[in-house]
Design a protein around this ligand. Structure first.
Ligand code: DOR
Ligand code: ZN
Length: 344
């Protein structure tokens, strides 16, 4: 078995960097291993205009360590009031790479999201015409739908009709968690899916069996083991429609370990070590580069990165937490010591 693997420097196609003090502490964790990341716009208030995305990009660049080689790729938060002309202009001028659809109330800071899909038709049509990708948080928000079914119900009742109405729209089913989602991506055109690090590792037992583990709670919530297997099969298959979007989502421990704890796993620091371990275990180490470094760039129509990242087969104990002015943020614990680490 090989002990060393050099891949094209990876990209993270779904990342939460936050703002202010938290941004300054988490951005270096991603910049250490990744060349680019698609930055989610769910700040408070959300990033809804091209001007706001441009200002946020400046704050991210200012927060990065000197000598970094990291490019944040920006997104706009779609609302029912989004102006199609602003989206097109922000894309034309290179400020944004994609637009993010949050169903209102689906997750952290999604209150300004979309309630009535008909109201965003004009902007989606403009995006289809310009080839601007739509990134979708794929969960229904209907409180009567079981939380473990919300992705599958979304695909059937909202996502599929929306795609059929605008067939030219290029879409990414973000942080897919179900075999239903994987099957849907495989069966359709103009669609890809991101898969997170943590959803390749945990199933719902990790959250709930033998005690409740808030650090494993994220949205969409991890599903049963058969779904995790479907995600792992897709990620390690070499199919270019599946690529890495970590959804690394920092919350201070005090916000996670609360009676109503926040959703999110912080995986920026150890994603690449965990992924190398998982791919090696699946006997698919040679497909890690496609998943982490090539497929996403191809979907988004950007050059692959010129730099490289080297992984070595050595046990890796990640730091348990990173410190921030808002308190410690716990680093995702995969429940094993990865056999691989990023070479320093
Ligand atoms: O677990 C999650 N955390 N899922 C999301 O969709 C949002 C994210 C966050 O911003 O904390
Ligand atoms: Zn996210």
């Amino acid at each position: 078995m090989t002990d060393r693997l050099t891949i094209t420097r990876p990209d993270d196609w779904h990342l939460h960097l936050r703002d202010g003090a938290m941004l300054a502490n988490v951005a270096p964790e991603t910049a250490r291993h990744f060349a680019r990341a698609l930055v989610m716009p769910n700040l408070v208030p959300p990033v809804v205009t091209g001007a706001q995305a441009s200002a946020y990009r400046d704050r991210i660049l200012a927060a990065l360590p000197a000598g970094h080689d990291f490019t944040p790729l920006m997104t706009l938060y779609l609302t029912e009031a989004t102006d199609p002309a602003d989206v097109v202009a922000a894309h034309d001028t290179g400020i944004i790479t994609a637009v993010k659809l949050y169903p209102a109330g689906a997750t952290t800071n999604s209150a300004s999201g979309v309630r009535d899909m008909d109201r965003i038709r004009p902007v989606l049509e403009a995006m289809a015409q310009q080839g601007i990708p739509l990134c979708v948080h794929g969960e229904v928000t209907d409180p009567s739908v079981d939380i473990f079914d919300r992705e599958a119900v979304f695909i059937e009742t909202i996502f599929d009709p929306l795609r059929r109405a605008i067939p030219g729209l290029r879409v990414v089913l973000e942080h897919v968690t179900t075999s239903d989602g994987i099957d849907y991506v495989r069966a359709n055109d103009n669609i890809a899916a991101t898969i997170t690090t943590h959803h390749l590792v945990i199933n719902r037992n990790h959250i709930l069996a033998g005690g409740i583990r808030p650090h494993y709670y994220c949205l969409p919530v991890a599903k049963r083991e058969t779904h995790r297997q479907a995600l792992l099969d897709a990620a390690t298959s070499g199919d270019s429609r599946f690529f890495l979007g970590t959804d690394s989502a920092p919350h201070p421990d005090k916000a996670k370990l609360a009676p109503c704890g926040c959703a999110g796993c912080f995986t920026a620091s150890n994603s690449m070590a965990i992924l190398a371990h998982m791919f090696a275990q699946a006997d698919a180490l040679e497909r890690l580069e496609g998943f982490a470094s090539l497929h996403g760039a191809a979907f988004y129509g950007v050059e692959k990165n010129s730099g490289t990242l080297t992984l070595v087969r050595e046990p890796y104990e990640a730091p348990r937490q990173i410190d921030t002015p808002e308190g410690p943020v716990t680093v995702f614990d995969p429940g094993f010591t990865p056999d691989w680490r990023v070479a320093e």
